[in-house]
Write a protein that binds this ligand. Structure first.
Ligand code: GLN
Length: 590
């Protein structure tokens, strides 16, 4: 038995081979101290449980409460690293290197809080942990069962988060829908946990969907009723029901749901589609949901209303600004997954944050680069004010991306290269400025003799596709007096998140720099190039990192602010942009 597990079990009085109780507690855990809000969905997935949960958590956080979110995912993958973003949305990378669901990005943005691997659990993790413990003999001769051992592992994970985060309220979002086989044991674990923690320790929120068939022209609540019934069959009585719908849910539908679910009418709320997720906190507040939750959890006495006034004021300034954007720029984004916005969620968010800071809307033009060449690139880019080449893997469209970068470099078009886009900018510069005509990346041409981009030495050792990238937050040393240095508020170093296997081959650095490419950000103590720029260009910046992952509504990421500002300056005459430069300085890293 591992020492950690011995300590853990030593602290648990309920475990013995004779007893049916199995509910491991972290050392020092006090039942009933931390409160839990469980958010689950019925009728269908895609209701925005993560958005709902993060907005509700924000309202409590504004009131001075400490909140910690966690997402429970039913799939058996241990992390999201091997998932195709086309099917699942972008892989969101946390500072500690965890590759997780894009919902974690929503929580980080809404709460302006860095999360860790403790805030994300998949069935793959839960089962691996149970099986490891079984092999270590940690179950003391018991037959290991879904209940109580697997559910015990889920409860342990939630309670560990409560202990680590010292949160007043842990928000638990269960992926998928009530009734999915793969999520059933998560739901069972929450039922057990709520019972064990005692009265007023937990609050169950069911998100549901109200149908409005065009042919009938009226709202129908039957599917919602059946979904809630299914939850009640699991032994869970919801405390709050949030009815998602295309338009505001009428009283009749809400009354019906209330009758069928034992949930008081005022706690059956309407949550119609909204243009922006940033408007949802206000919708929840208007419905009084924040105070409903505080009352249910009996923690009204823990709040700080003065803090809430201040925080809410800041938030309203932001949403008001969002409503008065009177300029527009077009940003081209090249990418393989051009039809799926979810695969570029963080980039779209980061652009939006930067735009709001600069009083500007961005129109995004998706550019499929598979057929782009030097001959037709101008016609594809003539209507954009700036361009992003985002992260990517593999060979498809790579030459087209290089053609776009060449065009941006030669035509003073603002350019931001992210990870793969950074690497492609190095190849373009090596080929067309340094004269290394056949420069390439070994990702695109394995074994190529002139790889200006090559696999990182430490990644060569690792086999297989899971967990073999340089991941998570790393510090970047900034070179003084460069554009990057100015954008980041003249700081010596900045931290960004990474997810890559390849890097600039150190043998070419000197040659590239001699020809005019400036590496303005480097890894401390390692020859890994992390930011590049061209001093003569109005805005030509690339980074091996993914700066979009750390952009927050009230703290837009400086590289994106720089890009949008440069795009504005290309689009509008200077006299129309009196505030632009100051804004870039104001938002220089926070
Ligand atoms: N495919 C490149 C690498 O592995 C870039 C990765 C990315 O854009 N996230 O280094």
């Amino acid at each position: 038995m591992t020492k950690e597990n011995k300590d853990l079990l030593a602290s648990v009085s309920d475990i013995s081979t004779e007893s049916e109780f199995f509910s491991p507690l972290p050392a020092g855990y006090k039942k009933g101290k931390t409160r839990y809000v469980f958010v689950m969905g019925t009728v269908m997935s895609g209701l925005g449980k993560g958005i709902f949960s993060s907005c509700l958590a924000k309202l409590l956080q504004d009131k001075g409460l400490k909140v910690a979110p966690i997402k429970l995912e039913g799939y058996l993958n241990v992390d999201s690293g091997t998932l195709n973003p086309f099917r699942h949305g972008e892989v969101f990378v946390l500072d500690d290197g965890m590759e997780c669901d894009m919902d974690l990005g929503t929580y980080e943005r809404m709460l302006d809080q860095n999360l860790t691997r403790s805030n994300f659990a998949t069935s793959g993790q839960i089962f691996s942990s149970v099986l490891n413990k079984e092999r270590h003999g940690d179950y003391l001769g018991r037959d290991v069962q879904m209940i109580p051992h697997v559910t015990g592992e889920v409860k342990l994970k939630l309670r560990q988060l409560a202990m680590e985060s010292k949160a007043d309220v842990v928000f638990v979002e269960i992926g998928g829908t009530v009734g999915d086989l793969e999520n059933a044991y998560f739901i069972e674990a929450t039922r057990e946990l709520a019972y064990e923690e005692g009265p007023n320790s937990s609050c169950f929120v069911a998100l549901t969907y109200i149908l409005e068939p065009k042919t009938l022209g009226e709202q129908k609540s039957k599917a919602a009723q059946l979904g809630i019934k299914q939850l009640m069959q699991c032994g869970i009585q919801p405390d709050i029901i949030a009815c998602r719908a295309g338009s505001p849910v009428n009283e009749k539908a809400r009354q019906k749901i209330s009758v069928y679910s034992n949930v008081p009418f005022e706690r059956v709320i309407s949550l119609a589609d909204s243009d922006s997720i940033y408007m949802i906190p206000a919708m929840l507040r208007e419905n009084g949901l924040d105070f409903q939750v505080l009352r249910l959890l009996k923690i009204e006495d823990r709040i700080n209303l003065q803090k809430e006034r201040k925080e809410w004021g800041k938030w309203c300034d932001f949403t008001e600004k969002m409503d008065s954007l009177n300029r527009e720029v077009t940003i081209g984004i090249t990418g393989k997954y051009t039809t799926v916005r979810d695969s570029y969620a963080s980039i779209i968010n980061a652009l939006e944050h930067a735009g709001i800071a600069l009083g500007c809307k961005e129109k995004i033009k998706w550019i499929d680069t598979t057929d782009i060449t030097d001959a037709n690139v101008a016609e594809n880019l003539c209507d954009v004010d700036g361009i992003i080449v985002p992260g990517g893997f593999g060979t498809r469209g790579a030459e087209g991306k290089i053609a776009c970068i060449k065009y941006a470099r030669e035509n003073n078009l603002p350019y931001l290269g992210l990870c793969f886009g950074f690497q492609m900018a190095v190849i373009e510069f090596a080929r067309n400025v340094c004269g290394i005509k056949d420069a390439n990346s070994t990702e695109i041409k394995p074994g190529w003799p002139k790889p200006v981009i090559d696999i990182l030495p430490e990644q060569k050792e690792i086999e297989g596709l899971g967990g073999n990238m340089r991941l998570g937050g790393h510090d970047i040393e900034l070179k003084k007096k460069t554009m990057a240095w100015k954008l980041f508020g003249k700081k010596d170093s900045v931290r960004m998140r990474f997810r890559h296997r390849y890097e600039v081959d150190p043998r070419y650095i000197e040659q590239l720099e001699k020809a005019g490419l400036v590496f303005s950000g480097k890894a401390p103590n390692q020859p890994i190039m992390q930011i590049l720029e061209l001093p003569e260009h109005p805005f030509f910046l690339g980074t091996q990192a993914h700066p979009c992952l750390t952009s927050r509504p009230l703290r837009p990421q400086p590289m994106f602010v720089g890009l949008v500002s440069a795009a504005l300056q290309r689009h509008y005459p200077k006299e129309k942009l009196p505030d632009c430069i100051q804004a870039v300085e104001k938002y220089a890293m926070v």
